[in-house]
Write a protein that binds this ligand. Sequence first.
Ligand code: FAD
Length: 468
Amino acid sequence: MNKIFDVVVIGGGGGGYPAALRIAHSGRSVLMIDEKGNLGGNCLFEGCVPSKAVREAAALAVKIRGAEYFGLDAEIELPHWDRIRSYKDRIQTYRYAQHRNEIEETALLTMVRGVGRFVSDHEIAVEDWDRETTDVVTGHDIIIATGSEVRSLSIPGAEYLWHSHHLFAWHEAVREMPLDIVILGGGYIGVETASMLSALGLHVTLLEMAPSILPGMDQDLVKVMAGHMTQRGVRIETGVRVEAVARVPGGQYRVTGRRVFGNRSAEWLTQQVFQAVGRVPSLPPDLGLEKAGVAYGPKGIMVDDHMRTNVPHIYAPGDVNGLSMLFHSAVRMSEIAAQEILRHGHSDDAFNPKEMPETVFADPEAMSVGMTADEARGAGIRVWEETRPMGVEAKAQIMGNTEGFFKMVISRQNGEIIGVQAVGIDAANLSSIAQVAVRLGLTPRDLGRMTFAHPTQFEVIDRLARSI
Ligand SMILES: Cc1cc2nc3c(=O)[nH]c(=O)nc-3n(C[C@H](O)[C@H](O)[C@H](O)COP(=O)(O)OP(=O)(O)OC[C@H]3O[C@@H](n4cnc5c(N)ncnc54)[C@H](O)[C@@H]3O)c2cc1C
């Protein structure tokens, strides 16, 4: 293997591969090292893609059960997890093959399956798991995109807990589903998982320590989400601090904890426990950040809005910097890092985490872009809110999915839309227009002059804008 590269990229996920491909296509030599030996990182291996595949199967099951609304008779047996699992694996396999082609078509990209560790600020020891060799290579620039890993609760019995790997990992997910499950953590991964497993017929209990699920999201949105999930049979308990999980005779688990208000003890008996209490940047001690002099804190590697670390030729896009732990955010950061390298530090592009769409692929869907009204007021910005129910649009009525709302948060200073939140049908898709509006500082008047196709749920946007 060549020992000198223009750029060395550690990690092949959304934070790493867009930069690697762009830089290699621009005529520079790139070495990318990834434990999976392919592109996609944890998003493809056990995150976004497989979880959304399972979610589609669950959503279809719900739709089939509701076929009568569409004038159809249809029945569905209790879903077979092993078949859904195969479908999920198939999508992952397909995408891995697609990524393999991308690697092969990129002449200046060398991909190694293995691990990269810093030896100095320009040198990386590359452990190649296929060749069973370790070589030290030099990179003129280096991108650290090691992503994130599951945050594990430090409680007795933590070793029993399932996490995203158990449900979604490529060819490694569990083969059998329990009849009931307790989910620890009401962030977006916990809420999505609760929603899909409940739709697949499991009895689901969702425990969250904060006073509400989806902490930090718009409270009106949370109310709709929690109300609908409860109606669909998910038991949601908030203000609960879980303290231990123990095995009990008969193969079940006893989850014990305390209710934050009143400090009363509580317990739950269940066949399985799934933890979704967050993710932490992947910075194992043997990565050798000290040898490179790269500064980091508990939230991850510190970067500026150009993805530069404190070491001028080292960049850290993606989950590893903790700024916005979402795949599309990682891709955006990766592109910014690539531009910065290609333009020798003179790129005018910059990352703003608040512009990134946050989505919740549950039933109902939800999204938030920019500031919520509470955040804006907390930051001293005078705003007003305009809301339109999702259910007044033809698309929602045709689909029999009429709950929820679409909301704009508008600055009183300049009339610009500084935040958008929605819950209900197609909310995740609507986040794309919301992102354009927030990023470009559009006003309701600008949006009101646009025309979105009929009958799509996008009409809720221009109609709300025109009504203001
Ligand atoms: C269950 C679940 C569902 C999710 N759903 C969504 C969603 O719907 N939408 C969304 O936007 N985001 C979602 N995410 C988040 C998304 O997966 C991450 O934001 C995204 O993967 C971040 O990309 P990354 O490249 O920064 O890190 P990662 O995807 O974590 O990639 C890092 C890669 O680096 C490798 N690596 C680490 N250390 C080394 C090393 N020393 N040497 C070599 N390789 C190394 C890792 O093995 C990994 O392949 C979800 C996550 C989970 C867990």
